[in-house]
Design a protein around this ligand. Structure first.
Ligand code: ATP
Ligand code: MG
Length: 417
């Protein structure tokens, strides 16, 4: 027997209904905010992520699925969506349309991580990006979209944490004081963080090692170093969230795992998830479009981890599973009735009715048991007699009541709808 690779999951039919529901809610909610779906390749040039995610991040340093293809190119399975969308935005000149450009995506992501509940090597994200808008109204709109989506998907008790990590200007001063702080704890930092100390000390704040994160707890906070513009921007975002009645907590410890963020960053967390508590993360970035070869443009977006979202929904709703049950089941006696039923079912399906019959040669009694198992709402038993007369008994499977009806698709639809 061959098993699935470690850190991957099969979405089985009992769960795919809930997945489809969540994906539909994502598309619908994003649509209300003007976001259009974009689909980009599952693999990209490795360089895109080295430059677009940042080569001091865990994602690029430790987690990428990178390989050489038969033509000798370095290829990487996408570990996230933002860099891919920026590439596409530039390559397809989407900036030439009236701005902003509002894009949504649902994608598989690949990261070589230590698999555990809510942490997989292949997982899925619903995300959005908005390019070409820099005012704080945009930040508040993006956050309100994430909040509305989570609510519409049936998630309760998520906490919205927001922070500002400033711009390159105010970060210079901050990085200096961070370096000073971590230099005084240099002996205890992990090897990766020692390297980060010189290149990008803020990354240390995001290290998952218990020792480094303990040291990081008392490090200086970016929010105390914001320049006037960043500070005003953050105040406006908060004021707009207040106005819309969206509750948030300012959490100075949020820095986000990817290199490109500036100003507003945010995360939605849930107690239902245990250690992997972040279900949605996002923020504003300003240098990324330029970094990837485009004319400077601001971006802001978020990504929701769909496996984590579905874990929360299931833990909070006992009846979370979405199973489609037949509108009507035809039990048949004999070959002639079976063929008649098939034709009738074909007509009903054309009319959008979910109709079923037995395909495994069951007895009539077993067919009725099967109809019950499937959760059919109505059933009809067809034998030669019924076919000859053109009438049969329609049974309501919920209350057991029966009614004589004509065997004709229009008649049946009228009775069961
Ligand atoms: P974490 O701190 O949990 O590693 P992250 O900061 O690496 O998360 P992002 O890159 O911001 O995550 O991705 C956005 C969302 O995607 C996360 O909030 C989470 O819900 C989901 N996610 C990230 N990595 C994984 C994974 N390995 N397995 C399942 N979901 C994931
Ligand atoms: Mg991570």
């Amino acid at each position: 027997m061959i098993n699935k690779p470690r850190g991957t999951e099969d979405v089985l039919p009992k769960d795919s209904g809930l997945w489809q529901k969540v994906e539909n809610i994502a598309r619908e909610t994003a649509g209300l905010f003007g976001y259009k779906e974009i689909r980009t390749p599952v693999f990209e040039s490795t360089e895109l992520f080295q430059r677009g995610v940042g080569d001091t991040t865990d994602v690029v340093q430790k987690e990428m699925y990178t390989f050489e293809d038969k033509g000798g190119r370095s290829i990487t399975l996408k570990p996230e969506g933002t860099a891919c969308l920026v590439r596409s935005y530039i390559e397809n000149s989407l900036y030439a349309n009236p701005q902003p450009t509002k894009l949504m995506y649902i994608i598989p992501c690949f990261r070589y991580e230590k698999p555990q509940s809510g942490r997989l090597r292949e997982f899925h994200q619903f995300g959005i990006e908005c390019f070409g808008a820099e005012n704080p109204t945009t930040d508040a709109e993006v956050i309100s979209l994430a909040s509305m989506f989570l609510k519409n998907a049936g998630v309760k008790n998520v906490k919205l944490n927001i922070n500002s990590i400033g711009c390159p200007e105010c970060r210079g001063k901050y990085n200096e004081s961070l370096k000073n702080y971590f230099n005084s704890n240099k002996g205890e930092l992990c090897e990766t963080c020692l390297e980060r100390l010189e290149k990008n000390p803020m990354r240390i704040l995001d290290c998952k090692s218990p020792v480094c994160s303990k040291i990081a707890e008392n490090a200086p906070k970016m929010i105390d170093y914001l320049c006037e513009e960043c500070s005003n921007h953050f105040e406006s975002v908060k004021a707009r969230l207040d106005k819309m009645g969206i509750e948030y907590f300012v959490n100075p410890d949020i820095v986000r795992g990817l290199d490109y963020y500036t100003k507003t960053v945010f995360e939605f967390t849930s107690d239902a998830l245990g250690a992997q508590s972040t279900v949605c993360g996002g923020g504003r970035y300003s240098g990324l479009v330029e970094e990837l070869g485009g004319k400077p443009a601001e971006g802001i977006g978020f990504a929701v981890g769909l496996e984590r979202l579905i874990l929360i929904i299931k833990s909070q709703n006992e009846d979370a599973e979405v199973t489609k049950t037949p509108d009507i089941f035809f039990a048949t006696i004999g070959e002639n009735a079976e063929a008649e039923a098939q034709k009738l079912i074909y007509e009903l399906r054309k009319m959008g009715v979910y109709a079923e019959q037995d395909l495994c040669g069951r007895s009539v009694k077993a067919q009725m048991k099967y109809a019950d198992k499937l959760g059919a709402k109505y059933s009809v038993v067809l034998g030669d007699d019924e076919v000859a007369k053109g009438v049969a008994n329609l049974k309501n499977m919920t209350d057991g009541e029966t009614k004589e009806i004509k065997i004709n698709p229009d008649e049946i639809v009228k009775e069961i709808k």
